[in-house]
Design a protein around this ligand. Structure first.
Ligand code: GUN
Length: 298
């Protein structure tokens, strides 16, 4: 079997076109354009690329963007002060603090990431990292959905992949992807996206016993561990759908968490890296920024 390739890039472009149209309607109705404020502390090269891509995507969708570069040795007080200003600024619809924050080894001031994310106004928290938004999601009444898991939900939906009654194994228990992904797929209603609920979910991780067997029991396998090509062909059931969230640099190659060619030989569908889940994350960030602006205008 050669797996169908799920083209995240094309679906992200489709979603971005829809958002661009909705932004146009919002502005035509007399509102100021939505505005995303991104805070980047330090000069981590990968983070600079991510933030630049987010800015560029905003501009193309008619969303204003403001990049706040802060020095690597920014103190907790300075960072919290800047977040408070953006929280209070009525022209700012959404705020994101690019992660990771610089470590002490990198010249950072020893920033407390949890306290920083807690400080973002939940009504402007377009990453959905604040405890209020995590709690609302957990209760099945989300306000903002976290961007990467929401992108995966959209990908499954738009590729006609049904999740109801299916066994989904999520490998990786991060706050950004694994945990919210598991929660969203297990919801009993459509609160986290159409036709993408009612799954039976296993949240696997580095301490899971018999990981190969657990993965092999998945109808849909979602790899979000951050370890290059950790998911091998023998961990995938014949005909399963495999979603690869990983982006790992190995030498001068970008590889996912899944050994792609091995997966393609057994799965019914796979996502490539790059061009799979990554572009959807940015599309859903734009979606959240537009939603924030709409709620603030109500
Ligand atoms: N770093 C890696 N992924 C993300 C993300 O989704 N949001 C933010 N703010 N930082 C990240």
């Amino acid at each position: 079997m050669t797996a169908r390739r799920l083209d995240g890039k094309a679906i992200a472009l489709q979603i971005r076109a829809e958002i661009t149209e909705q932004v146009g309607q919002f502005v035509a109705a007399g509102h100021a354009p939505p505005k995303l404020a991104a805070i980047l502390v330090g000069d981590d090269p990968a983070s600079q690329v991510y933030v630049r891509n987010k800015e560029r995507a905003c501009q193309k969708a008619g969303i204003e963007s403001l990049l706040d570069r802060m020095p690597v040795d920014t103190t907790q007080e300075q960072l919290l002060g800047r977040i408070a200003e953006l929280n209070a600024d009525p022209s700012v619809s959404g705020i994101l603090v690019q992660l990771p924050l610089p470590s002490k080894d990198q010249g950072g001031a020893g920033l407390d990431e949890r306290a920083v994310l807690d400080a973002v106004d939940p009504g402007k928290d377009v990453d959905a990292f604040s405890p209020v938004n995590v709690g609302l999601l957990m209760q099945g009444r989300p306000r903002f959905l976290p961007c990467t898991p929401h992108g995966i939900i959209q990908l499954l939906h738009r590729c006609d992949i049904e999740t109801s009654g299916k066994h989904v194994v999520v490998v990786g228990r991060s706050d950004i992807v694994g945990k919210p992904m598991a929660m969203m797929l297990a919801q009993k209603d459509g609160s986290c996206g159409p036709r993408t609920a009612n799954a039976t979910v296993t949240l696997a991780h580095s301490r899971t016993a018999n990981l190969t067997e657990v993965c092999r029991s998945a109808d849909i396998l979602i790899a979000a561990v951050g370890r290059p090509e950790m998911i091998r062909g023998d961990m995938i059931r014949e005909g399963a759908v495999v979603i690869d969230v990983g982006i790992n640099r190995v030498g001068d190659r970008l590889v996912g968490d899944v050994a792609f060619e091995e997966a393609e030989a057994v799965a019914s569908a796979t996502t490539p890296v790059p061009g799979g889940v990554g572009p959807l994350t940015i599309a859903m960030l734009l979606h959240n920024t537009l939603m924030a602006a709409k709620w603030q205008a109500e």
